[in-house]
Design a protein around this ligand. Structure first.
Ligand code: WQD
Length: 339
């Protein structure tokens, strides 16, 4: 049984990936510093899979602790790296926190992998590296643009660091997955997204408004050059996204297929506007949502959706679940939090 380290494995995407790993027969070790997650997530993972993963509370910025971890777990076969801070606005206010959190910790973990000869690495990257792409849908060949925020820059730099390491180390192989907009939760409603404070992302704000925690959803801008005037994104069900990690990992383990360093877009290939999401949510849940239009949000791009041909053909992965499935699961999760 292959043993996989998942850093940030108690977070939103990480926890869904842990479930898919355990369901696919991998043994999982989680490192998380609990800065944006909760130990309760371990119970949710156990309830779904019947297996409690090994867990260690470690802050990856503590270099000695990272080395010590690998000394004790020298049999790790592969790593999926999520541990990172991800609030775009906060990264603008406190850029060094983001460089320290997301870059220093990545350096330490890559160094440890090199020293301990663990050589398979999946990196959690983002479509944010494309900025406002010149052409839609966005292919992996689209130029990586100047980052819109320090957070986005850490993803861009992270990818470059990993690529550099792959270039100088023949035995090291990595895949960067560029996520579009992950939403929703596990169908069991045992795990899901747990935003701290006021949600910055659309779907948690929608569900919190629907349940009465927020009074009204502000739709940021109604005069964008799109059919209904609101921004367009590629919303992908987090369970589909999680499954992409298993396929990526298996590709790295397959010496015949593994290609040293590769990037893949992980999205549905379909763009949906903010208004389409809001209307789909009301249709699927039967709940009326209070919303109003406000000014554009600074830094928002007009439209982004993935060209998924590379992921479909090379990885053999495809998003299966619909926007409606994802919104229904997000609503089920929100309701479960009230109980
Ligand atoms: C989606 C749409 C908003 C909230 C984020 C990260 C990015 C990447 C993907 C990870 C936009 C609109 C939102 C609200 C609204 N992630 N909106 N009212 O901005 O596409 O990107 O996720 O790396 O780095 O920034 O996602 O969910 O914030 O916004 O109208 O209260 O919803 O303007 O059009 P975004 P989002």
């Amino acid at each position: 049984m292959k043993k996989i380290l998942v850093t940030g494995g108690l977070g939103y995407i990480g926890s869904h990936v842990v479930v898919e790993l355990q369901s696919s027969g991998f043994e999982v070790v989680i490192i998380d510093d609990l800065s944006n997650s909760s130990l309760d997530v371990l119970d949710g993972i156990f309830d779904i899979t019947g297996v409690r993963p090994i867990f260690e509370k470690i802050d990856l910025k503590e270099k000695e602790l990272v080395i010590d971890f690998f000394k004790r777990h020298s049999d790790i076969d592969g790593v999926i790296h999520f541990a990172a801070a991800k609030a775009v606005g906060e990264s603008v206010d406190d850029p060094l926190k983001y460089y320290e959190n997301n870059i220093s910790s990545l350096v330490y973990i890559l160094k440890a992998l090199q020293d301990f000869k663990s050589t398979k690495f999946v990196f959690s990257s983002s479509c944010t590296v494309y900025g406002q792409a010149d052409e839609l849908p966005i292919t992996e060949n689209a130029p990586v643009k100047e980052a819109e925020s320090p957070y986005g820059n850490t993803k861009k730099i992270g990818e470059q660091m990993i690529k550099d390491l792959c270039n100088c180390n023949d035995s090291f192989a990595a895949i960067a997955l560029r996520y579009f907009n992950p939403i929703g939760g596990h169908s069991s409603a045992k795990i899901g997204e747990l935003p701290i404070g006021v949600p910055q992302n659309l779907v948690p704000f929608v569900t919190q408004t629907a349940i009465g925690i927020r009074k009204e959803l502000s739709i940021f801008g109604k005069d964008y050059p799109t059919p209904d005037g609101t921004c367009i994104r590629d919303y992908i069900h987090v369970v589909d996204l999680a499954k992409a990690h298993i396929v990526a990992l298996n590709r790295l383990f397959d010496e015949k297929k593994s290609n040293h360093y590769e990037v893949f877009n992980i999205g549905t290939g379909k763009g949906s506007s903010v208004l389409e999401v809001v209307n789909a949510f009301m249709r699927v849940t039967g709940v009326n949502l209070n919303y109003c239009f406000t000014d554009r949000r600074c830094g928002d791009i007009v439209s982004a959706y993935a060209d998924t041909i590379k992921a479909n053909t090379v990885l053999g992965w495809k998003a299966r679940l619909s926007l409606e499935d994802a919104l229904a699961s997000a609503w089920k999760w929100e309701k479960s939090l009230q109980n």
